[in-house]
Ligand binder design. Structure first.
Ligand code: SME
Length: 156
Protein backbone atom coordinates (compact mmCIF):
# COMPACT_ATOMS: atom_id res chain seq x y z
CA UNK A 1 0.00 0.00 0.00
CA UNK A 2 1.45 3.47 -0.86
CA UNK A 3 2.30 5.74 2.06
CA UNK A 4 -0.73 8.00 2.68
CA UNK A 5 -0.44 11.75 2.18
CA UNK A 6 -1.96 12.26 5.63
CA UNK A 7 0.44 11.50 8.49
CA UNK A 8 -2.05 10.38 11.16
CA UNK A 9 0.61 9.92 13.86
CA UNK A 10 1.70 13.56 13.53
CA UNK A 11 -1.89 14.83 13.79
CA UNK A 12 -2.68 12.56 16.76
CA UNK A 13 0.38 13.88 18.65
CA UNK A 14 -0.80 17.45 18.09
CA UNK A 15 -4.34 16.47 19.09
CA UNK A 16 -3.22 14.86 22.35
CA UNK A 17 -1.12 17.83 23.31
CA UNK A 18 -4.04 20.21 22.54
CA UNK A 19 -6.45 18.06 24.57
CA UNK A 20 -4.04 18.20 27.52
CA UNK A 21 -3.94 22.02 27.30
CA UNK A 22 -7.64 22.83 26.81
CA UNK A 23 -10.98 21.20 27.59
CA UNK A 24 -12.71 23.29 24.88
CA UNK A 25 -13.98 21.01 22.12
CA UNK A 26 -14.09 23.78 19.49
CA UNK A 27 -10.42 24.62 20.10
CA UNK A 28 -9.33 21.00 19.75
CA UNK A 29 -11.40 20.52 16.59
CA UNK A 30 -10.04 23.71 15.00
CA UNK A 31 -6.50 22.58 15.62
CA UNK A 32 -7.13 19.14 14.15
CA UNK A 33 -8.87 20.64 11.09
CA UNK A 34 -5.81 22.84 10.52
CA UNK A 35 -3.41 19.92 10.98
CA UNK A 36 -5.29 17.67 8.53
CA UNK A 37 -5.57 20.38 5.89
CA UNK A 38 -1.87 21.14 6.17
CA UNK A 39 -1.28 17.74 4.49
CA UNK A 40 -2.20 19.56 1.26
CA UNK A 41 -3.93 18.01 -1.75
CA UNK A 42 -6.16 16.02 -1.79
CA UNK A 43 -7.23 17.51 1.59
CA UNK A 44 -8.84 20.70 0.26
CA UNK A 45 -11.25 21.50 3.13
CA UNK A 46 -11.91 19.89 6.49
CA UNK A 47 -15.18 20.23 8.42
CA UNK A 48 -16.19 18.94 11.84
CA UNK A 49 -19.91 18.31 12.12
CA UNK A 50 -20.94 17.26 15.62
CA UNK A 51 -24.20 15.59 16.53
CA UNK A 52 -26.72 17.58 18.58
CA UNK A 53 -29.87 15.47 18.84
CA UNK A 54 -30.93 14.72 15.26
CA UNK A 55 -28.84 17.50 13.76
CA UNK A 56 -25.21 17.83 12.72
CA UNK A 57 -23.74 21.20 13.67
CA UNK A 58 -20.58 22.64 12.10
CA UNK A 59 -18.27 23.30 15.08
CA UNK A 60 -14.96 23.89 13.28
CA UNK A 61 -13.55 23.96 9.78
CA UNK A 62 -10.48 24.84 7.77
CA UNK A 63 -10.60 25.68 4.08
CA UNK A 64 -13.56 26.93 2.06
CA UNK A 65 -16.46 28.26 4.09
CA UNK A 66 -19.82 26.50 3.72
CA UNK A 67 -23.37 27.67 4.22
CA UNK A 68 -24.29 24.17 5.42
CA UNK A 69 -23.80 24.90 9.11
CA UNK A 70 -26.60 22.54 10.23
CA UNK A 71 -27.52 19.27 8.51
CA UNK A 72 -30.36 16.99 9.58
CA UNK A 73 -29.59 13.32 10.12
CA UNK A 74 -30.45 11.47 6.90
CA UNK A 75 -29.78 14.46 4.63
CA UNK A 76 -26.78 14.69 2.27
CA UNK A 77 -23.62 12.62 2.45
CA UNK A 78 -23.00 13.80 6.03
CA UNK A 79 -26.48 12.98 7.30
CA UNK A 80 -26.42 9.62 5.51
CA UNK A 81 -23.25 8.62 7.37
CA UNK A 82 -24.99 9.14 10.72
CA UNK A 83 -28.28 7.55 9.66
CA UNK A 84 -26.58 4.41 8.34
CA UNK A 85 -23.74 4.33 10.88
CA UNK A 86 -21.32 3.96 7.97
CA UNK A 87 -18.40 6.08 6.79
CA UNK A 88 -18.89 7.51 3.30
CA UNK A 89 -16.22 7.66 0.58
CA UNK A 90 -17.73 9.43 -2.43
CA UNK A 91 -15.31 9.42 -5.37
CA UNK A 92 -17.53 11.60 -7.55
CA UNK A 93 -20.00 13.88 -5.78
CA UNK A 94 -21.82 14.54 -9.06
CA UNK A 95 -22.99 10.94 -9.04
CA UNK A 96 -24.71 11.25 -5.65
CA UNK A 97 -28.33 12.35 -5.73
CA UNK A 98 -28.69 13.70 -2.20
CA UNK A 99 -25.31 15.49 -2.21
CA UNK A 100 -25.37 18.95 -0.60
CA UNK A 101 -23.03 21.17 -2.60
CA UNK A 102 -20.93 23.85 -0.91
CA UNK A 103 -19.18 25.02 -4.08
CA UNK A 104 -18.61 23.97 -7.68
CA UNK A 105 -14.98 22.92 -7.26
CA UNK A 106 -15.45 19.94 -4.96
CA UNK A 107 -15.21 16.62 -6.78
CA UNK A 108 -15.09 14.09 -3.94
CA UNK A 109 -15.88 13.76 -0.26
CA UNK A 110 -14.87 11.54 2.64
CA UNK A 111 -16.91 11.31 5.85
CA UNK A 112 -15.52 9.39 8.81
CA UNK A 113 -17.61 9.01 11.96
CA UNK A 114 -16.23 9.89 15.39
CA UNK A 115 -17.48 7.52 18.08
CA UNK A 116 -17.10 7.63 21.86
CA UNK A 117 -17.88 4.39 23.69
CA UNK A 118 -19.72 3.19 20.58
CA UNK A 119 -21.94 6.27 20.36
CA UNK A 120 -21.66 8.64 17.38
CA UNK A 121 -20.28 11.98 18.55
CA UNK A 122 -19.90 13.56 15.11
CA UNK A 123 -17.80 13.29 11.99
CA UNK A 124 -14.79 14.46 10.05
CA UNK A 125 -15.94 15.61 6.61
CA UNK A 126 -13.24 16.18 4.00
CA UNK A 127 -13.80 17.76 0.60
CA UNK A 128 -11.36 17.36 -2.25
CA UNK A 129 -11.01 19.07 -5.61
CA UNK A 130 -9.54 15.82 -6.95
CA UNK A 131 -11.66 12.95 -8.23
CA UNK A 132 -11.60 9.77 -6.15
CA UNK A 133 -8.42 10.51 -4.12
CA UNK A 134 -9.25 8.77 -0.84
CA UNK A 135 -7.46 5.42 -1.03
CA UNK A 136 -7.86 2.79 1.70
CA UNK A 137 -4.63 4.18 3.20
CA UNK A 138 -6.01 7.74 3.40
CA UNK A 139 -9.26 6.40 4.86
CA UNK A 140 -7.34 4.48 7.48
CA UNK A 141 -5.32 7.58 8.40
CA UNK A 142 -8.46 9.71 8.84
CA UNK A 143 -10.12 6.92 10.83
CA UNK A 144 -7.12 6.74 13.20
CA UNK A 145 -7.55 10.47 13.86
CA UNK A 146 -11.31 10.07 14.37
CA UNK A 147 -10.69 7.26 16.88
CA UNK A 148 -8.15 9.36 18.78
CA UNK A 149 -10.70 12.20 18.88
CA UNK A 150 -13.30 9.80 20.27
CA UNK A 151 -10.87 8.99 23.12
CA UNK A 152 -9.83 12.61 23.82
CA UNK A 153 -12.87 14.78 23.19
CA UNK A 154 -15.24 15.92 25.86
CA UNK A 155 -18.89 14.88 25.18
CA UNK A 156 -19.94 18.43 24.27
N1 SME B 1 -21.44 17.82 1.02
C1 SME B 1 -21.99 17.57 2.33
C2 SME B 1 -22.36 18.86 3.01
C3 SME B 1 -21.26 19.46 3.80
S1 SME B 1 -20.21 20.38 2.88
O1 SME B 1 -19.56 19.50 1.93
C4 SME B 1 -19.04 21.08 3.80
C5 SME B 1 -23.18 16.63 2.23
O2 SME B 1 -23.59 16.27 1.14
O3 SME B 1 -23.70 16.26 3.29
Amino acid sequence: MPVPVLDAARVILALKSAAARTPKRADILSLVAREIRSAGAPYTSVYFYMLHGRELVLEAFEGRPTHHTRIAVGVGVCGTAVETGRDQNVGDVRAVQNYLACNLLTRSELVILIRKNGRILGQIDIDSDEPNPFTPGEEEAVRAIADALGDCLPES
